[in-house]
Design a protein around this ligand. Structure first.
Ligand SMILES: Nc1ncnc2c1ncn2[C@@H]1O[C@H](COP(=O)(O)OP(=O)(O)O)[C@@H](O)[C@H]1O
Ligand SMILES: [Mg+2]
Length: 289
């Protein structure tokens, strides 16, 4: 049974798509069959793997509105163990079309469930919102990976995301776990980057991945060539960082699958609630929590 990991954070530009594409490619490079599902109408993960987001492929849109089975939309990529369900701008319409349906949050879970037996990992790239598309991804997922950008307001908005995750756990998907919090766009020259990592670790403790994704211009160039970083520049720090992240994810899941009783229960080291303000990071009380 494949594991479904949603990459979510309602903030835009924190590295969700970069992480979804490159984590999926790095897990695939380790010869685990992996499916990347693009649920963002902007379709950046689709074009990031070299597919034309304007072409006539069947996409996440058709899957969500139930007009086609997910299996029929799967595209094979240039990497042997990596496949894609592409997105298209018309996915914005799916939210509106599903809104009055009683099971509107469950469409993706139902659609992806037959694919669990074909893939070891299914990685979902979420849009930058907590709307119906992200709710569908969180309801379908076993766990959520949260990229957090190393910037001044890193913690802002995370309370709202955790709150949404808890609501989904309570009402739609009790199994949903936090896979981990990933620090992205780290700049070792900035003291602030270190402070932010420490601050985030205070709240998320061992949920923060040991792997930190450094800022690397090659990571921002690769999508315009339609390639994951490891095919674009195998020797870059971006490739090193995402391969290391893949190893960490694979290791964590190897451990948790051998300890089935601990995986879906709440751990004593579960993330602490984020207080309205933090000692070193200025934050607007209304925006966190
Ligand atoms: N580690 C990194 N180093 C340099 N640029 C990055 C890095 N991660 C992401 N970027 C760039 O930052 C921008 C936002 O990243 P993206 O993954 O699209 O975020 P999101 O999906 O959360 O909106 C993109 O232009 C991307 O290429
Ligand atoms: Mg994105």
């Amino acid at each position: 049974m494949g594991k479904i990991i949603a990459i979510a954070n309602q903030k835009g530009g924190v590295g969700k798509t970069t992480t979804a594409v490159n984590l999926a490619a790095s897990i695939a490079a380790a010869e685990h069959s992996t499916l990347l599902v693009d649920t963002d109408p902007q379709a950046n993960a689709t074009s990031g793997l070299g597919f034309d987001s304007k072409s006539q492929h069947k996409t996440t849109y058709e899957v969500l509105i139930g007009s086609i089975s997910a299996t029929e939309t799967v595209l094979t990529s240039s990497m042997p163990f990596l496949s894609l369900i592409p997105s298209h701008i018309n996915l914005v319409g799916a939210e509106i079309e599903m809104v009055n349906e009683p099971d509107r949050e469950q469409h993706m879970r139902t659609a992806l469930s037959p694919l669990r037996s074909s893939f070891e990992y299914i990685i979902i790239d979420c849009p930058p919102s907590l709307g119906l598309l992200t709710l569908n991804a969180l309801t379908a997922a076993d766990s959520v990976l949260i990229p957090v950008q190393c910037e001044y307001y890193a913690l802002e908005g995370l309370g709202k995301l955790l709150n949404t995750i808890n609501i989904v756990k309570k009402n739609l998907n009790p199994q949903l776990d936090i896979e981990g919090v990933l620090m992205t766009m780290y700049d070792s020259r900035l003291r602030l980057s270190n402070q932010i990592v420490e601050e985030v670790k205070k709240y998320f403790q061992e949920k923060v991945f040991s792997t930190i994704i450094a800022r690397n211009v090659r990571l921002s160039e690769a999508p315009s060539f339609g390639k994951p970083i490891l095919l674009y520049d195998a020797l870059s720090s971006g490739t090193r960082n995402y391969m290391e992240l893949a190893r960490e994810v694979l290791q964590r899941n190897k451990q948790s699958s051998s300890e089935p009783t601990t995986r879906h229960t709440s751990s004593p080291n579960a993330p602490q609630p984020i207080p309205p303000s933090t000692p070193t990071l200025p934050s607007e009380s209304g925006k966190i929590a």
